[in-house]
Design a protein around this ligand. Structure first.
Ligand code: HEM
Length: 301
């Protein structure tokens, strides 16, 4: 029990600082550090509120702020993990969705989350890669995450999908109980990875460069789907990969049009910022996640 209480948001913020901070730039974001900002619109599917009772989605076109990022403190766009944080700014309500290009998180609880990060902190200037390899195979969540990441490649943003990881809870017009669903944003250009030649030609800022070139002609579009669990799919952990076919609902289309510089790198995006009709996940990490974002944002001020 004592151990559990140690792993609060402050403790986890400290770990991120040990892993990712830069003494030259002490006020930078310490996870998903490199990123850029964009804007666009979200156009809900007509009548989607017949499936889920979210009044925000009655608005025909909702302005959106977007922050694309790389995982960790990587400064190289040729790394694999991507983040997309978006804020739907409706006339009356807003909805912040904070996602990565992985369908699953690497940890099912605070203990695993801490273990995953702590083993990556250099000791006497050295990262213990042997230990990381060994523990990755030993812990189910770590191994499953590593296996998932091995199935994907390095992608440009118009070819990158983004996932909620967590299962959220949705109000429907007819049922009393909320229903569980994950969400995903699937690029209309399809999910594709850079081939060897493209990788060789890409530089460490290719994501921004590609985005700016692409959006001169047209927006990058993603279809947002709710994915409903099948019988037996776990809804109480961000580590569960829901395999096979699922019932889905097309919620709407995100169109990302305008590059907006780097100013939003200073901002924070709270995954618990939800509109009427959507409720928080019931897993052991969501609240801690939000509390940690608050702490690291606070330390930047
Ligand atoms: C469960 C799935 C998770 C996803 C999909 C996710 C995704 C992201 C993304 C996309 C960002 C960058 C947001 C931005 O653009 O500013 C971010 C930031 C961050 N994440 Fe997560 N994350 C997850 C879980 C967690 C958990 C469990 C923790 C810690 C308990 C955590 C700690 C952080 C921190 C400290 C930041 C920086 C926040 C800031 O200072 O602005 N993440 N995450």
């Amino acid at each position: 029990q004592e151990k559990k209480e140690m792993y609060d948001a402050n403790y986890i913020a400290d770990i991120f600082y040990k892993l990712n901070s830069d003494p030259q730039d002490p006020k930078r974001k310490i996870n998903h550090t490199k990123g850029f900002c964009a804007s666009g619109t979200f156009e809900p599917t007509a009548n989607i509120t017949n499936a889920v009772d979210i009044p925000l989605l009655k608005q025909r076109s909702i302005p959106v702020e977007v922050r694309y990022s790389l995982g960790g403190a990587s400064m190289d766009d040729k790394s694999k993990t991507r983040g997309m944080a978006i804020r739907l700014q409706g006339d009356k309500e807003q909805w912040t969705l904070v996602m990565t290009n992985s369908e699953i998180l690497f940890a099912k609880n605070p203990e695993e989350f801490v273990q995953f990060l702590e083993m990556r902190i250099p000791v006497n200037g050295k990262v213990d890669t042997e230990k990381i390899k060994k523990v990755t195979q030993e812990v189910d969540s770590f191994r499953n995450y590593a296996n998932f990441m091995n199935t994907i490649g390095i992608s440009s943003l118009e070819n990158t999908p983004f996932y909620s990881n967590h299962t959220f809870w949705f109000k429907t017009p007819k049922q009393k109980d909320l229903i569980p669903a994950k969400w995903k944003f699937i690029p209309k250009d399809g999910i594709k990875y850079l081939d060897e030649k493209e990788l060789k030609n890409a530089n460490k800022d290719f994501l921004t460069e590609n985005f700016q070139t692409y959006t001169q002609a047209k927006p990058i579009e993603y279809d947002m789907y709710l994915v409903y669990p099948n019988k037996g799919d776990a809804t109480d952990t961000p580590t569960a990969l829901w395999k096979g076919k699922h019932k889905e609902a097309l919620v709407g289309t995100l169109k990302v049009q305008q590059y907006q510089g780097m100013q939003c790198n200073k901002d924070v995006y709270f995954p618990a910022d939800l509109p009427t009709g959507v409720e928080a996940p019931k897993d052991p990490l969501f609240d801690l996640r939000n509390a940690t974002y608050g702490i690291t944002f606070g330390r930047r001020q």
